[in-house]
Write a protein that binds this ligand. Structure first.
Ligand code: M6R
Length: 610
């Protein structure tokens, strides 16, 4: 959730850390801070608000040195104030820490530190206890003190620590989920919570595994396991470019990522489809026997990835005839799902670091399930904890609002469904060939939506002041409505609702008045007539209705106040194309409302807390 950067070398720690924090600001952006160690002295500066507020406070050249750590925060415990910002410092000002994650037992430790050691706390955070605990255990060995303190902490965390009395190194430790990456380059040693912070310096990084401790100095990176044994680790090569993590001429990352969808889908398909149309998924280890014995599949995910899962269910049940349930990760492990060793769990996650999904995965594995994950970030925690991984080659997604991750998740799930269907012989080669051709056509169809944006801009201009917007559809349009509504609310803050249109009359219709703006999704041919009735019901209550139809089937447009169109395609392909229309609608409405599109309030890109 929060972003961590650390540098130990001979150059300017301030410059290295600020540059790293800039590329991690998407992880959290309500406050930030930096601690610098120079000639046995520790100096800390912090500020609430965006990183630029901190940058304005650290312009003096005196605030710099060869070693330091920095943090950009997404508040969990305590308001986003300067006091609650990281780094947190021990009472004697000799040790500073930055923390990503949650310390579940901090109240007990805090009470003990106050009662037995007279420690005075200056923040409301859970993290501050860590600085005081390390100080309590520190004699002359920072590594030992960090280990002892870490043994007292319950929860999930990545920590980076510097100490004025051990001034040449950063000690970092990772437990239960929160990601941590280290690297060594010409400038020195680096540690960070995500790859973009390190990319300007190197493409070869060490993934710090769960439970490991890293020592970062200007000479290099050392990794140790929980018992203190030095680990040998080959570096992971990052093959995406820094330009992929920059805006390159677009006004926002979200806009850039929307435009990248044709290329991202092409890349995802190219990795999994041979030229002659064979699906290349044999490495997933889903054998015919295994699938034959699979009693059920659970798809587990959060937010946008959950919406992709809804469509994954439709496709797997349709093509592979295996029953599928879709669960929100945060609910899954608390509802005691019926898992046996014949159960397959599919986890979907862009970041591969979402704690709810990772913990659901671990729980499923403990109960005997096999886990296949559909993940975007290579080498992420979810990918590494899974039995099999299907990577969605969307490239780095920086904007908080997920776009290209979603459409690549959809095509990945479609391929998985087809592959399973072919293995189980519930799908014929001819049926598969039709869908594969459809998938191959999606980049061009999405390009048409991108090129024909005038209508979307017009609708955004007409409706951006509305306070209540509904999205309703049937069949595969329901997931699109859910995702469209999530996109709109997270970046515009408009109260938006999604509903399966048939449910309207069971209660929600009570909300329909002349002030409501209603999107009727009508891309599912066999459900057209049903949607027509829903549109009439909405019109009878004076809602302003815009229908989204396929260009070849505009019937609904006549009943609505206005209509917009997506290019002609099959009903199954429509969700992949239609969502791009709604991503753009949300984007343009957010622009007109003057919102912080890439960093909406209260949100963070990667949710590594439960
Ligand atoms: O990284 P993940 O795919 O696991 O993240 C899941 C959700 O947090 C994420 O999709 C979230 O809903 C997005 N902000 C939606 O745009």
């Amino acid at each position: 959730m929060c972003g961590i950067v650390g540098y130990a070398g001979e150059g300017s720690a301030k410059a290295m850390i600020v540059s790293g924090l800039r590329s991690l600001e998407y992880r959290g952006y309500d406050s930030s801070g930096i601690a610098i160690v120079k000639r046995g002295r520790l100096t800390v500066r912090k500020e609430s608000g965006k990183l630029k507020a901190l940058e304005a406070r650290i312009t003096d050249p005196d605030f710099d040195g060869p070693v330091g750590i920095g943090h950009t925060r997404w508040a969990t415990h305590g308001a986003p104030t300067r006091e609650n910002a990281h780094p947190h410092v021990s009472a004697d000002g000799r040790i500073a820490i930055v923390h990503n994650g949650i310390i579940e037992n901090y109240m007990d430790i805090k009470a003990e530190l106050i009662r037995d050691h007279g420690v005075e706390f200056v923040s409301e955070t859970d993290s501050e206890v860590i600085a005081h605990l390390i100080r309590l255990y520190f004699e002359d060995d920072l590594v030992l003190a960090v280990r002892k303190a870490a043994d007292r902490l319950h929860g999930s965390y990545a920590l980076a620590v510097v100490c004025a009395d051990d001034p040449d190194r950063i000690v970092a430790i990772r437990r239960n989920a929160a990601p941590l990456i280290a690297a060594h380059c010409e400038e020195g040693g680096l540690i960070a919570s995500d790859i973009p912070a390190l990319l300007p310096y190197t493409r070869d990084v060490y993934i710090v595994e769960d439970g490991e401790l890293a020592i970062v100095t200007k000479q290099g990176v050392e990794l140790y396991d929980e018992d203190g044994t030095r680990m040998k680790r080959t570096r992971t090569h990052i093959d995406w470019d820094i330009a992929a993590a920059e805006k390159v001429g677009y006004d926002h990352f979200m806009q850039k990522e929307i435009y990248e969808q044709p290329a991202a889908i092409r890349e995802t398909l190219a990795r999994r489809l041979s030229k002659d149309g064979r699906i290349l998924l044999d490495d997933l280890g889903l054998t015919k026997e295994e699938l034959g014995q699979t009693d059920r599949i659970y798809i587990v995910a959060c937010g946008t990835a959950y919406h992709a899962g809804l469509l994954g269910k439709t496709m797997i049940e349709r093509y592979a005839k295996i029953p599928v349930e879709v669960d929100r990760s945060s609910e899954f492990r608390y509802r005691e799902p019926l898992i046996t060793d014949q159960t397959l769990v599919i986890c979907i996650s862009q970041s591969g670091e979402t704690t709810d999904t990772l913990e659901a995965l671990r729980d499923a594995k403990r109960r005997g399930a096999r886990v296949l994950s559909v993940v975007n970030v290579v080498g992420s925690s979810i990918a590494r904890a899974s039995d099999h991984v299907f990577y969605t080659w969307a490239g780095p997604e920086i904007a908080v609002a997920s776009t290209k991750a979603y459409t690549t998740q959809l095509v990945s799930l479609y391929l998985i469904a087809l592959y399973m269907g072919l293995m189980c012989k519930t799908t014929t080669k001819d049926e598969a060939a039709v869908l594969i051709e459809g998938l191959r056509g999606t980049p061009a169809l999405i390009q048409e939506v991108l090129d024909g944006q005038d209508k979307i801009v017009e609708l955004a201009k007409q409706h951006y002041k509305k306070e209540k917007i509904f999205f309703a559809g049937r069949g595969m349009d329901v997931a699109t409505a859910e995702e469209a509504s999530l996109k709109l609310k997270e970046i515009t803050y408009i109260n938006s609702f999604a509903i399966a249109a048939g449910e309207l009359k069971h209660g929600t219709i009570a909300l329909i008045t002349k002030d409501v703006f209603f999107f009727a999704l009508a891309t599912q041919t066999k459900l057209y007539d049903k949607m027509l009735s829903n549109v009439k019901e909405m019109k009878a209550r004076q809602a302003q209705v815009v229908a989204l139809c396929k260009v070849s089937d505009p019937r609904l447009s006549e009943a609505a106040d206005d209509a917009a169109f997506i290019p002609d395609c099959s009903d199954e392909i429509a969700p992949v194309v239609a969502i791009v229309f709604f991503q753009l609608f949300a984007y343009h409405v957010a622009r007109l409302r003057g919102r912080e599109i890439d960093q909406p309030r209260n949100l963070a890109k990667s949710v590594t807390v439960e």
